[in-house]
Design a protein around this ligand. Structure first.
Ligand SMILES: Nc1ncnc2c1ncn2[C@@H]1O[C@H](COP(=O)(O)OP(=O)(O)OP(=O)(O)O)[C@@H](O)[C@H]1O
Length: 311
């Protein structure tokens, strides 16, 4: 065996190849190929209708694909073996309202044919619900989501799939949930579906970005942020000259111009944000242009760049 054909030591948690799902004429997934290594926390990011739920439904074996394959730890999606690898938390989990949290987990254990209930205490402790004796109907949405997470962890799944888990939570509940998922890293490979790269960055080290059923990008969060970093400025005056001078700067990656009339918005992507911020005021002053506002580009801008959304 040559060095180049030596198999990777890192096990594949997920291997999706050429996955295609049609709803009539609509290609909900269109030749999607992505892979996840064991142990990573990866966001599945895309705008409404991108195909996130369709992909998750195929991974869970709820629907079949029209073409392509999806393997979970080597087992084909939809098989019993693949299902056993997965813990799943939907966006709004529901439980019998009269049950207590410990009873919900005991039921999940029984349904998974696990006799020992010794994990109930540690799981409830992990999600901050230890000692809570109230029925679930009295839980806040955040508490239900945390209980759902504990339920998804029953049976120690190797792949934890979280489907827009904070969509029903307020900002405080979201932050608590993000912290919790981060603290659980290392227990399982995580696939975290979200609309937001900001949320992805809080929880995950990498992201799969899809749009219209196709892969747009799979990358580490650090690389996404580095490549998308930039500044947006509103200027007036000799904008043509300013743009020429900015294009000559060593740190410029690209400039887009928008707006007509006296004020224009320049959106710059840069290779070195610190140097750009240091040198920019001097360049603007030298051209005689007036600066009305200056803002760093955020992850929301990077998301819109990648998915072609309206600004
Ligand atoms: N059962 C269905 N019948 C017809 N079209 C469907 C069906 N399910 C999904 N679609 C279409 O497939 C595309 C992908 O939908 P999907 O729900 O997977 O996207 P999503 O990324 O999860 O979106 P959202 O973020 O809004 O939940 C969309 O255009 C959607 O309208």
């Amino acid at each position: 065996m040559t060095a180049s054909s030596t198999p990777s030591m890192v096990e594949r948690a997920l291997a999706v190849a050429g996955l295609t799902k049609l709803y009539g004429e609509k290609r909900a997934l269109d030749d999607l190929t992505v892979a996840l290594d064991d142990g990573v926390a990866c966001a599945l990011v895309g705008p409404n209708g991108a195909g996130k739920t369709t992909l998750i439904s195929i991974l869970l074996g709820l629907i079949g694909a029209d073409a392509g394959t999806a393997d979970i730890y080597g087992d084909p999606a939809g098989s019993i073996a693949a299902r056993r690898h997965i813990g799943y938390l939907p966006d709004v989990p529901s439980f019998p309202g009269w049950m207590r949290a410990d009873e919900v987990l005991e039921l999940a254990l029984r349904l998974s044919r696990i006799d020992s209930t010794s994990v109930v205490g540690p799981l409830l402790r992990a999600v901050g619900l230890e000692g809570n004796r109230r029925p679930v109907r009295m839980f806040s949405r955040g508490m239900k989501q945390r209980l759902g997470l504990a339920q998804a962890l029953v049976g120690s799944p190797r792949l934890l799939i979280l489907d827009e888990p904070t969509s029903a939570l307020d900002p405080a509940g979201q932050r608590l949930f993000h912290d919790l998922v981060r603290s659980l890293r290392g227990r399982a490979t995580v696939l975290y579906s979200t609309h937001s790269l900001d949320e992805a960055e809080r929880v995950c080290d990498s992201a799969i970005i899809i749009n219209e059923g196709r892969l747009v990008r799979q990358s580490s969060m650090d690389d996404l942020i580095r490549e998308g970093q930039g500044l947006s400025l509103d200027v007036s005056g000799p904008v043509d000259r300013l743009v020429d001078d900015l294009r000559a700067a060593a740190w410029i990656r690209s400039i887009d111009r928008a707006g007509n009339g006296p004020r224009e918005t320049l959106t710059m992507r840069v290779t070195d944000l610190e140097t750009a911020q240091r040198e920019l005021p001097g360049i603007i002053a030298a051209t005689g242009a007036a600066l009305h506002s200056l803002n760093p580009r955020g992850l929301a801008d990077i998301f819109l760049d990648l998915t072609g959304g309206a600004r």
